[in-house]
Structure formats: C-alpha cells, structure tokens
Design a protein around this ligand. Structure first.
Ligand code: SOE
Length: 386
C-alpha cells in the first residue's frame, strides 16, 4: 500500500527544479512504499513561486518558511535555498519532527553544521544531504570496484572540478542568480560549491582526509552587487588548490576554479592503487575508466600484453541503478542522479540500508572545507577534526 509523503519545498531555483523532478519520477522507476506528494512550495518572490508551483503542480504556496515548517500536513522539508539559510531551516524543521533533505554544501561553516547535526540527532529525524554525484552510476561503480578490492593499496587521489562562468569582470555578484559569488550568502566560493562535491566523492571512495594545505585566490577583487547596484569587494575564493593526506596514507591533490575557459562542469577524479586505477570525467558521464593490474579473483598479475585502460560503458543491468532505467546501451543523465538518491533515501526510511551522505557525514566534508580555507589563510598544514 502506498503511503503519501508530503513534501514542503523551500526554494524554486535550479535545485528546486532538480529535486521536484526527482519527487515526481521516483516511483515510476523504483516503486517505493512512499509516494512523494508535492504539497507546498515556499519562496519570497510571488511571481516566480507561482510559476514554479504551476510548472511542478505544487498544491499550495507559502511565502514564509516558518509557516511551512509549522504545517501539520508536511512530512519532509527540502532545503533548496542559498547556503546562509540552511542552518536555521534545518534546525527549525528538525524541532518540528520533519524529515530533511538539504542541498550541499551543508552550511556556511562547520560550526553551523554542528548545530544542524545536534538538532537532527536530538529529534531522530531521517536526513539526507544532496551530494548527487555519488549516484552517477559510473561513480557508484568506482565505489564497487574499490570495495571489491580491485584498486588495492591506494597511493594517489586526484580531483579537478572546473567551470568558467565567472571569468568576465562584468558578471555581478549576489541576487537570485549569482548568490554563489556573494560570500555572505554562500560562505565561500569554489571550495564550498564545487570542491565540497569532490571531497564528498573522495572520502566515499578513499576514506577520510586528515590534513590539508591549500592556496586560494580571488582574481577579480570587486564586482557590482546585483541587489545594491554598488561595486563591492568580492569575498569568495575564485580558485582553490589543495594537497591532502588521507587517513589511509595516500596523497591527494584537489583543484577547482571558475576561470577555466571552456570548462562548464568538468568534474573528474582518478584513484591509483597497487592493483588498479579508476578515472571518471563528468563530461563523459557514462564511462568509468578502469586499469586492471592484478586480477583480484586469482590474485595474479594480468599478463603484460593484456593490460590497458578499459572504458566501461556503465549502462548494463548489472551496473548500479541501471536495471531501474532503460535497456543496456541507453544512457541516463544529470537529473537521474537526484532520482537515484531519492530512491535510496526512501528505501532507508522503509527499513533499507541507512542513507549516506547524511548530515553527520556532510559535516565532515564541511570540516575539510573549513580546514582548506584556514590553511589558505595561514599558509600552513591544517588537521581536519575527526
Ligand atoms: C555551480 O555552478 C553548480 O551549480 C553547483 O552549485 C552544483 O552543485 C553543481 O553540481 C553544478 O554546478
């Protein structure tokens, strides 16, 4: 018997759309016990909110998130608003006993994240942080290969996450479209926005990061603020590079910028171990590259004339999530990563495996981000609190 799960969506931007689509699609493909119902959406701009409600068929609208959270007919609050609002909404929603989905990064900083963790754990509410790239089937397959012991002792992890949309000095900061450039709203620049994804993936595949040393730069020091109309100092990091030491002893390099001309959403990683390597590139999202040096079944080395990088087209029924979608060879896209994640979240509240990443896990990612920014400021290696 299907149980309704009444969703209260806060926000109507890019992520509001991505999550709404997942709520509507999930049961067409995954058949969970709960059926998400788009009960209410909430936002400040009446015109935009009405258009959003109409596009996704939300039943009702609220202009104040506190009112939405107080409603008895809402089971789950989905936080798709700028980072400076995450903490207050999550803490208040947890106190009202609502389940929570929160966009990444978790918060403005780890101190806020700690308050959020305390609130959700005190209330015992199910919670998820939307690091959607874990649910790209090729990235999930990389995790499977690691867990199957095919990489062996890890030595190197290399992550790059580059975009190019802020190169022009004429791009303003702030406002509905460009709040990610306003440090008071976003908390940081590429570190929280892009590298948080890379860190989440890295720690999932290769375990916790213990220590970092970083360098950041703000290339364009002043931009017009879309809300005030004034030219104001820019407080975000436009680029961030850091070295990492993982708890398992392997070494990592992380690089991110929004000034890589030609790169739109170039998110890559490579993990090199004694027995094999994996490489992924979001601009080629259906492919996982795998280099097999040792055959884990026999423990023997692959014959030299047969070694080489394999390009695995991750669309077989045997690949993560793919038996829920189309037939082998047919690809899925960006939006499906949100649906896959929501399916796992619903499974977790229906007695399935605990959902990851939750707020506890995302707090560690936030701590790595904080350590990176601290190191960039003081020029020293910084330990990440456990
Ligand atoms: C930034 O441009 C952004 O929209 C991020 O905020 C998302 O998390 C990322 O997945 C795509 O790029």
């Amino acid at each position: 018997m299907s149980k309704p799960l009444n969703v209260g969506m806060i926000g109507y931007g890019f992520m509001g759309r991505a999550h709404s689509n997942a709520f509507l699609q999930v049961n067409h493909f995954f058949q969970r016990e709960h059926t998400p119902v788009l009960k209410a959406c909430c936002g400040r701009n009446k015109e935009k909110l009405s258009a959003f409600a109409a596009a996704w068929s939300y039943e009702t609208m609220e202009s104040d998130w506190r009112k939405l959270i107080a409603r008895k007919d809402i089971d789950l609050i989905d936080v798709c608003v700028p980072n400076n609002l995450h903490r207050d909404i999550v803490v208040a929603a947890a106190k009202k006993g609502k389940m929570i989905i929160c966009e990444k990064p978790l918060a403005m900083n780890a101190a806020e994240g700690e308050e959020m963790l305390k609130a959700v754990e005190a209330a015992g509410v199910a919670n998820m942080v939307s690091f959607n790239y874990r649910r790209v089937p090729a990235i999930s397959l990389a995790k499977q290969l690691v867990d199957e012991g095919r990489i062996g002792r890890p030595f190197h992890y290399r992550a790059v996450y580059n975009q190019d949309y802020t190169i022009s000095p004429n791009v303003p900061q702030g406002g509905a479209a460009l709040w990610r450039l306003d440090v008071d709203v976003a908390g940081s620049g590429v570190t929280g926005d892009l590298l948080a994804h890379s860190i989440d993936t890295a720690e999932w595949l290769n375990g916790p990061i213990k220590k970092v040393v970083a360098s950041t730069e703000t290339f364009i020091k002043q931009r017009m603020h879309a809300e005030t109309g004034k030219v104001q100092p820019v407080g975000i990091d436009d680029t961030c590079m850091f070295l990492a030491i993982f708890a398992n002893g392997s070494r990592g390099t992380f690089e991110s910028t929004r000034y890589a001309r030609g790169r739109k959403n170039y998110n890559t990683f490579e993990l090199n171990g004694a027995d094999g390597s994996v490489f992924f590139d979001l601009e080629d999202p259906h492919i996982l590259q795998y280099f097999r040096y040792t055959d884990p079944k026999t423990g023997s080395k692959v014959e030299d004339h047969l070694t080489g990088w394999q390009r695995i087209h991750v669309t077989n029924f045997e690949h993560p999530y793919m038996n829920k979608w189309w037939v082998p060879g047919c690809t899925i896209g960006y939006e499906h990563t949100f649906t896959n994640g929501l399916a796992d979240f619903l499974a977790s509240i229906e007695g399935g495996p605990a959902f990851q990443p939750d707020i506890r896990c995302a707090l560690h990612t936030q701590r790595v981000c904080d350590a990176v920014l601290k190191s960039a400021a003081n020029g020293k290696w910084v330990e990440v609190p456990a």
